[in-house]
Design a protein around this ligand. Structure first.
Ligand code: ADP
Ligand code: MG
Length: 343
């Protein structure tokens, strides 16, 4: 009997596994403009493009019910999917929600989860049009699939960046990761002493970033108003460094990133320090910020240079120049991407 080869998923990692699986996938329709490999798949609907994306949240992997209120969890499940539609420069339209529920949940609890889902539908102007409900033996599962649209001349792929274009990011980074540290610490203290009340008051911003992220549809609308079409774009779900790697790989380029230009909120900065963490590392390698990372042409710089929510953090360069981080002290070092490891 021949011995079967066994490769651990951890050896390949999440992205290595997706690459491997996608190798054998055939595309049968010429209306499929983009398959696996971007934030959303793209379908040619004639006069416009349709975007399709799916994200699953698992209890114990992506969230811990001992600290995320169900209402926030519902909101977050929608937000992370809308974020992938935004990353294509699109507008969300419809979505389905599939739930795996254990008998630990009451009808009332599921209703609270749906309050959050409905609040996000209102905030992002998206219609909940279906889904699936089933039992789960291993905790709560929430899978959302979102559909969106974008004009053909406005779609932004990961692959569109050109040399010497400007690399920009919205909002601020690292906050969600720092917020997670606060929540984990309070959970440990609660487990040690259940009579203690969690002390979250001092950290409203970072805890909010972690529990209730907001997809940056506001910025997508601003792009229209400012007459900007990003040449490439991705949402920051796995940490800035990892997303820069994705843009570089898809566009066949390298990039230079200035550490001192990476936007970090004051509360995130101070809280990171309190935990003995380097705020820059949190911004580069923390996860779940759901901001947008994108490139624009030099000609568009004037349009965004004074924008409070858009920060220029570097530029794209030839692939042979590599991916570099210019540190605060002025040294240029190779950028490394840890990303978020689920395996
Ligand atoms: P994002 O973080 O933007 O949601 P992912 O890193 O999860 O993107 O996925 C990258 C790409 O791989 C996307 O195009 C996604 O649709 C695709 N993908 C992820 N998992 C699978 C899978 N099991 N089978 C096919 N495609 C997948
Ligand atoms: Mg994404």
């Amino acid at each position: 009997m021949s011995e079967e080869k066994r490769t651990e998923i951890g050896e390949l990692g999440e992205f290595g596994l997706i690459d491997k699986l996608s190798e054998g996938v055939k595309i049968y329709h010429d209306t499929t403009v983009k398959g696996i490999g971007d934030d959303a798949a793209v379908y040619d609907a004639g006069d416009h493009l349709v975007l399709l994306t799916s994200d699953m949240l698992l209890e114990g992997v992506h969230f811990d019910l001992s600290y995320i209120p169900l209402q926030h969890l519902g909101y977050k499940a929608v937000s992370v999917n809308v974020s992938d539609i935004a990353a294509m420069n699109g507008t969300p339209r419809q979505m389905t929600v599939s739930l795996g529920l254990s008998n630990r949940f009451s009808v009332e609890a599921v209703e609270v989860l749906y309050e959050g889902i409905r609040a996000a539908c209102e905030a992002f102007n998206v219609d909940l049009v279906g889904g699936d409900t089933t039992t789960s033996r291993s905790g709560l599962v929430i899978s959302v699939t979102a559909m969106g649209t974008v004009e053909k001349d406005k779609v932004a792929y990961r692959s569109g960046a050109k040399e010497s274009e400007i690399l920009c990011v919205t909002g601020d980074l690292g906050g969600a990761y720092v917020g997670l540290q606060v929540l984990e610490r309070e959970k440990q203290e609660f487990l040690a002493n259940p009579n203690m009340q969690p002390k979250l008051d001092g950290y409203p911003f970072v805890v909010g970033k972690q529990l209730r992220p907001t997809a940056r549809m506001d910025v997508i609308h601003e792009f229209r108003a400012l007459g900007i079409v990003p040449t490439s774009m991705i949402d920051v779900s796995d940490g800035l460094a990892s997303e820069v790697f994705h843009l570089c790989k898809a566009s066949g380029l390298g990039a230079a990133l200035y550490e001192d230009k990476i936007p970090i909120d004051k509360e995130a900065y101070e809280t990171a320090a309190e935990f003995g963490l380097d705020p820059n590392t949190c911004a580069l390698n923390g996860g779940e910020d759901y901001e947008l990372l994108f490139t624009i042409t030099q000609a568009d710089f004037e349009k965004i240079k004074n924008h409070a929510e858009i920060h220029t953090i570097g530029y794209m360069q030839a692939a042979d120049k590599g991916k570099a981080l210019v540190t605060r002290s002025g040294n240029t070092i190779p950028l490394t991407a840890q990303g978020w490891k689920h395996f």
